[in-house]
Design a protein around this ligand. Structure first.
Ligand SMILES: Nc1ncnc2c1ncn2[C@@H]1O[C@H](COP(=O)(O)OP(=O)(O)OP(=O)(O)O)[C@@H](O)[C@H]1O
Ligand SMILES: [Mg+2]
Length: 385
């Protein structure tokens, strides 16, 4: 079993002398047997990071260790990693059997009989034992991806690397394969690093989720932690669908309350005890609230107008306008709403997130905002407009 340690890892590509800093100062420890997911928008450096762990890409700075072994300059073949890509990259003229056994024949030194046995065991594990004599073009996308997984795990890797392996599959198949990969990983207990730009997939699969943006690691932690306690506005906005609402607000402190004034629309006033002490040191803050934390109330709250309703089945995503501000809410679909309706929305103060307006650093997040478990303080919301 293997742990992976990246220390101050940096990657600068230099196409035609124009340096592209793809990964900057990356420190991360991946535990033995862990399933770690790198997630972030396109171009944030996920694939580059994975390829550096595999040894397919050199590092510009820093070191990579597998346990105590410095593998920074070790060739891919000698690292004992197996990698699965988005395009399955199967050999088109070989049967499934030959595809899965190819790597073993090339480098393992096992006898033909041993190879055959391992190929069959692997195929059984993946439920593709009946396809062993088929050609890749006879297989569905999901079956091809299983073969690609088989080709990787048959070699009994010390580290399993997966780069968006499910992106080419339709939604239903993707869900099935997600579960399949998680089951396999638990069975094999192999340290795995998985890359995706899909935050839902990251949250569903990862023991821990590492959120990247613009080549930098923003935060790493268990899914519920990065969701409830995002380190900054980027992480808060990236995780969760639809995204967190952000309102740029002026802060005014009085003796008993701290008041947030949104842009020409509404004011939220909260008692001092229910907000972190540092919040009142700012003139302006970014206030965040998740769509699922907004509720409809008959009166009071913030008066808004419905602009768009998206039916999602058991709930609707409702877009609301309050003056210049747009809010998104997730509302139970029993409540019938249509564009133009006027509704009042409310929320608990403990569900507010606060961020520094310039750096985006979190000042207050959900679980740390929980002051009184038994009696959640209600927001006192008024709308002068
Ligand atoms: N071989 C290369 N030469 C030059 N620049 C590169 C090379 N590979 C990647 N880059 C650049 O490095 C940055 C990170 O790319 P990378 O492929 O790691 O992103 P990613 O997070 O995997 O994105 P995606 O979600 O689109 O796959 C991007 O700006 C990209 O254009
Ligand atoms: Mg990529």
């Amino acid at each position: 079993m293997t742990s992976i340690e990246l220390e101050n890892v940096e990657k600068v590509y230099d196409p035609n002398g124009e340096a592209v800093e793809a990964v900057t100062d990356l420190d991360i420890s991946i535990r033995d047997g862990e399933f770690l997911v790198f997630v972030g928008p396109s171009g944030c450096g996920k694939t580059t990071t994975l390829r550096m762990i595999a040894g397919l890409e050199s590092v510009s700075e820093g070191t990579i260790h597998f346990d105590d072994r410095d593998v920074t300059d070790v060739r891919p073949r000698e690292r004992g990693v197996a990698m699965v890509f988005q395009d399955y990259a199967l050999y088109p003229h070989m049967t499934v059997r030959k595809n899965i056994g190819f790597g073993l024949r090339l480098s393992s030194g096992l006898s033909e009989q041993e190879i055959e046995q391992r190929v069959e065991e692997t195929a059984e594990m993946l439920g593709i034992e009946d396809l062993l004599d088929d050609q890749p073009d006879e297989l569905s996308g999901g079956q091809q991806q299983r073969v690609a997984l088989g080709r990787a795990i048959v070699r009994d890797p010390t580290v399993f690397l997966l780069d968006e392996p499910l992106s080419n599959l339709d939604a239903k198949l993707r869900d099935d394969m997600r579960k399949e990969i998680m089951r396999l990983q638990q069975e094999l207990e192999v340290t795995s690093v998985y890359v995706t730009h899909d935050q839902t997939e990251a949250m569903a699969m990862g023991d821990r989720v590492a959120v990247m943006n613009e080549g930098r690691l923003q935060q790493v932690g268990p899914p519920e932690q990065v969701y409830l306690e995002p380190a900054n506005e980027f992480v808060a906005g990236f995780l969760g669908s639809p995204s967190m609402n952000f309102v740029d607000a002026a802060v005014e402190s009085t003796e008993k309350t701290v008041q947030f004034d949104g842009p020409g629309s509404f004011t939220v006033s909260v008692s001092r005890e229910s907000i972190s002490a540092s919040a009142e040191e700012y003139d302006r803050l970014t206030v965040g609230i998740r769509p699922e934390d907004l509720t409809l109330v008959e009166s009071g709250g913030v008066p808004t107008e419905v602009t768009v309703v998206e039916a999602m089945g058991d709930e609707n995503v409702v877009y609301l306008e309050v003056g210049d501000t747009e809010l998104t809410a997730r509302i139970d679909s029993h409540r019938r709403l249509s564009s133009g309706d006027r509704v009042h929305v409310d929320f608990d103060v403990e569900d507010l997130y606060l961020f520094e307006p310039d750096s985006g650093e979190a000042i207050e997040t959900k679980s740390t905002a929980r002051i009184d478990e038994t009696q959640p303080p209600q927001a006192d919301v008024t709308n002068p407009g």
